[in-house]
Design a protein around this ligand. Structure first.
Ligand SMILES: Cc1ncc(C[n+]2csc(CCOP(=O)(O)OP(=O)(O)O)c2C)c(N)n1
Length: 370
């Protein structure tokens, strides 16, 4: 056999070189020690405490939501424990006027963006009021179609740009979502138009039961940015300060007119994919679970704050009690909201009802009036 011709251009070397550049950004190690002083964000003591409060509050919300779901008092719920730094520290880098386009697991960011908790519970129950956001809450409802929010974000960000606003649109998907066509279309379009968008892939290693390495051969998900010509960054998603730092940088770039950024947060969900019945013990080992628990975002940030004398057990208990009270009040309010009627659903679906449905609408109206 003739010897293989030497390649004129070593594409493999190019790939290897690009892939090797995406190293994980970290600020705090697992013991809460600062390992990268240059990236330490410029947050005041009050802000650091506020971020920790949000993470603790959200962990309590997750625990309560799981119980409420098991009691049949909530509907759809996608657990969030383990992903608090990825979700809340990225959100903390935003401004109130920025737009949030969440995936179904990203209800915490919506709440901290101003969505009343009662509405989050009503959303879980599939009640239309859960999708009616108050004026000034710049956000869309959680997206269920995997990846679709990436296209919507490109559009929202372009709208922000056309209006000359100094704001961004941020969106979140999972590792599985980064294999969807919508994902690529969204980041490509936003890049071509230099739209002020921040695209976050929360890589929790599994798309339901499919491990991340079974759905893409890419070494990192952040490197997918290269193909569309935007900056990409791989960050430790269990490290609140690192997530905050890279998102803040992405936001600064976007509002300065430098276009979108793709961020991959390396994280883990402790619970099942959703409460609809998957069993993580069938696709993950307990060793894997405990390895990730050692990286816990709350533990790490707590250690950092305790060393600075900004946090204590009493403080944490106080936040947890407050969270429980607020959750109790919100679920009570959700319980007292009138049940959704078929006519409510129809009225909220159409601005102009098609004539065949208009007939059915009248029938239901009649039935519901009895
Ligand atoms: C277009 C589309 N295909 C399939 C599904 C079913 N589905 C729901 S969640 C999910 C896995 C998503 O995994 P990932 O993007 O990693 O996000 P994670 O849930 O881990 O946060 C799939 C396939 C869907 N909702 N939409």
């Amino acid at each position: 056999m003739a010897p293989r011709k030497k390649a004129q251009f070593d594409a493999v070397a190019t790939l290897n070189e690009i892939e090797s550049k995406f190293e994980m950004v970290q600020v705090l190690d697992e013991e809460g020690n600062v390992v990268n002083n240059d990236l330490l964000p410029d947050l005041s003591d009050e802000e650091l405490v506020e971020l920790m409060e949000r993470m603790v509050w959200t962990r309590v919300l997750d625990q309560r939501s799981i119980s409420l779901n098991r009691q049949g008092r909530l509907g759809f719920y996608a657990p969030t424990a383990g992903q608090e730094a990825s979700q809340l520290a990225s959100h903390y880098a935003l401004e109130k006027e920025d737009y949030v386009l969440p995936g179904y697991r990203d209800v915490p960011q919506l709440i901290w963006h101003g969505l009343p908790l009662t509405k989050a519970f009503l959303f879980s129950r599939g009640h239309f009021i859960g999708n009616q956001f108050p004026e000034g809450v710049n956000a869309l409802s959680p997206q269920i179609i995997i990846g679709a929010q990436f296209i919507q974000t490109a559009g929202v960000a372009l709208g922000i740009k056309k209006r000359g606003k100094k704001n961004v649109a941020i969106t979140y998907t999972g590792d599985g979502g980064s294999s969807q066509g919508d994902f690529y279309e969204g980041i490509n379009f936003a890049s071509a138009y230099k739209a002020p968008a921040i695209f976050v892939i929360q890589n929790n290693n599994y798309a339901i039961s499919t491990p991340r390495d079974k759905q893409t051969a890419a070494k990192t998900l952040a490197q997918k940015s290269v193909a569309v010509g935007i900056p990409g960054v791989l960050v430790d998603g269990m490290d609140a300060l690192a997530v905050y730092a890279v998102t803040k940088e992405a936001r600064d770039r976007a509002v300065n007119g430098d276009g979108p950024t793709l961020i991959e947060t390396l994280t883990y969900r402790y619970g099942p994919h959703t409460m609809a019945g998957d069993d993580p013990t069938r696709y993950r080992t307990s060793d894997e679970d405990s390895d990730w628990e050692k990286k816990d975002p709350l533990v790490r940030f707590r250690k950092y704050l305790e060393a600075k004398k900004l946090w204590s057990e009493d403080k944490e208990n106080e936040v947890m009690e407050k969270a429980k009270e607020e959750i109790k009040a919100a679920i009570k309010e959700a319980d007292s909201t009138p049940k959704q009627k078929v006519t409510d659903l129809m009225e909220n679906m159409y601005e102009e009802m098609p004539h065949n449905l208009a007939e059915q609408y009248e029938i239901y109206k009649e039935k519901e009036s009895k």
